[in-house]
Design a protein around this ligand. Sequence first.
Ligand code: ZN
Length: 85
Amino acid sequence: MSSYQKNKQEFDCADIEEYVQQYLDNVLDEEKKRLFEEHIEYCLPCDKKIEFERRFKEIIRLKAKENLPHETIDKKLKELLENLS
Ligand SMILES: [Zn+2]
């Protein structure tokens, strides 16, 4: 691997970590979005991470919207974590 160019053409896992929230909020610019999606296409751990974050956000949104009881939220989060392992 050479690093002679500062201008990098690919995202690595650290980049994914950095941009995951922006990606899910759909506020990344076209170029970053493309690099982001390229990475998760071949990187399974990151793909899983995105999936997790996506569902996590969904649960939080449901909580706010439907005012679900804590037990339901806890249960959903637990299921989410179990599915991931
Ligand atoms: Zn990765």
